[in-house]
Design a protein around this ligand. Sequence first.
Ligand code: ADP
Ligand code: MG
Length: 275
Amino acid sequence: MNAIAIRGGDEFGGGASAGGRVFTAGLDVSHKTILYLEDISVSFDGFKALNNLSLDIDNGELRCIIGPNGAGKTTMMDVITGKTRPDAGTAFFGQSIDLTQLSEAEIAHAGIGRKFQKPTVFEQHSVFENLELAMKTDKRVRASLTARLDSAQRDRIAETLALIQLGAQADRPAGLLSHGQKQWLEIGMLLMQEPRLLLLDEPVAGMTDEETERTGELCETLAGKHSVIVVEHDMDFVAGIARKVTVLHEGSVLAEGSMDQVQNDQRVIEVYLGR
Ligand code: ADP
Ligand code: MG
């Protein structure tokens, strides 16, 4: 049985949720692995963007994924989130949720949240309201904002504001935030839906050094409670947060290990780091 069925029909409002929390009771991580990709291939007009890609992510892990442009990093995220269907291979979320059989919306509901490179916050709404809107199913802005929040929901928003370090900005229109703050707000909006797995594609692109450092701290805080996959080009950033690093090249895994191991891997130096 998949998570959608277990959780019932009312994921974001009431019923199966409390305080806006979303339960993913159906996610079976009894084998400690939250994501299994095996022999995934994706072709675009004969070109193999992913070529027998196999990758496992542990529950609660923070994994960094690096690799040259065109290595297939974004395509891998497209497969995990159901945006792109693989031509071959298997993709499981926990032991029993077959991602290749679910729609993008079902995958999001099952507990996989993705942050794209460009932040998409509601600029005219306050930071607080953005988080509030993200918590609710009903994305029609006016209808959502007039419904009263209960205290558990308020607490969750306050917790998230603290986590993304935007407490002091709660009442400001999101459009007035810096680029980095908008990125954090969008991560906060994802968190309001309680994802088990978070995918962050180049989260520090365009950030100042200080924002980059704070984003690293945020990723480290999120790991454990969530599993986090970070795709990034910024090597200083990756070195600062890295536990296990996967290097993608031409659609498959070239190397995997600690930052030290992959940095000293001759193949990695040749195709990526040495250039
Ligand atoms: P990365 O994120 O590692 O830079 P991508 O996953 O974006 O790499 O792209 C991998 C390869 O697949 C690239 O050569 C890219 O041009 C190609 N590609 C990605 N998406 C498409 C698409 N929708 N149509 C055709 N080619 C694509
Ligand atoms: Mg990319």
